[in-house]
Design a protein. Structure first.
Length: 155
């Protein structure tokens, strides 16, 4: 009987972690999409993104996190782009697709400014975003660029 209670507790813990993971994953998707919109339409859109979050996500915590990550990534865009450019040696930033650029920008922000997010999680989530939203070649490209960024200190 005690074993079953322990098993149930562990299963509940995993489910709780899964819920948190899903909210953070969804927040990453929303933030990447918002960064894409900002890249294509310009900074003026930043103040209107709350409508985008509300229309696309019912979970308030996921919306709040997506908004925070989007704003902070956009505030640190110059540094993120510099790190991406330094890591993507054969690629100019202007040649990257807006989707890949948005994934990389968000992920570089996470790698360099969010010590609470393990680097392996950031890179894995970025690869998953690339699989879901970009081309067949993008996951390997995103993984390579982020691995190189991870190894470089913030200048």
């Amino acid at each position: 009987m005690k074993k079953n209670a322990e098993y149930e507790f562990n299963l509940t813990s995993l489910q709780m972690r899964g819920d948190r993971y899903d909210k953070r994953t969804r927040a990453r998707e929303l933030a990447m999409q918002a960064l894409y919109q900002l890249d294509v339409q310009g900074s003026g859109l930043l103040e209107q993104l709350s409508d985008f979050y509300i229309e696309n996500e019912s979970n308030q915590a996921a919306r709040r996190l997506a908004s925070e990550w989007t704003k902070k990534t956009w505030e640190n865009l110059e540094l993120c782009d510099k790190l991406i450019s330094g890591a993507a040696i054969k690629w100019k930033l202007t040649r990257l697709s807006p989707v890949d650029k948005s994934i990389l920008r968000l992920s570089v922000y996470h790698l360099k400014f969010c010590p609470d997010i393990p680097p392996k999680v950031t890179i894995n989530e970025a690869v998953e975003l690339a699989k879901k939203f970009s081309t067949a070649q993008s996951p390997a490209f995103v993984n390579g660029v982020l691995d190189a960024v991870l190894k470089r200190p913030v200048v």
